[in-house]
Design a protein around this ligand. Structure first.
Ligand code: NI
Length: 136
């Protein structure tokens, strides 16, 4: 079987503030810089979700992109788009909403939702120049 990867790219916008409640204001500014500004700021995120496996003979597909899109929308995009990651998103509760932490949560949720070890890789771009990648 030739393991074949297919990727769906989706975009959303979320706000956040990076700070550790255990740090002083000064320490937060030192560690997180402008990202720690008290009233937060937003990002236009790009999420790439790669699924891999064998190509089914009857469909010619690894996964139906329609299904992949629906699952990513339901499990992630609908919950984070136009929301504040610090206060509006249950799965980010009690986490510092860095791109690393955010990507790890997205991985856990999608891996569970897709099942069968289908999820191969995710890339979460916080900006054009900063992104996090998680691979199986
Ligand atoms: Ni930020």
């Amino acid at each position: 079987m030739v393991r074949t990867a297919i990727t769906r790219r989706m975009t959303f916008s979320s706000g956040h503030r990076l700070y550790n409640p255990g740090f002083s204001d000064e320490k937060n500014r030192e560690v997180f810089g402008d990202c720690s500004n008290p009233n937060g700021h937003g990002h236009n995120y790009v999420l790439e979700v790669t699924v891999s496996g064998s190509v089914a003979e009857d469909s010619g597909m690894v996964i139906n992109l329609k299904d992949l899109k629906r699952i990513v929308a339901r499990e992630i995009i609908d919950k984070v788009d136009h929301r504040n990651l610090n206060v509006d998103v249950d799965f980010m509760k009690d986490l510092i909403p860095t791109t690393e932490n955010f990507a790890q949560k997205i991985w856990e949720i999608l891996d569970r939702s897709l099942g069968k070890g289908l999820l191969d890789r995710i890339v979460l771009y916080e900006s054009e120049n900063n992104w996090v990648e998680i691979r199986r």
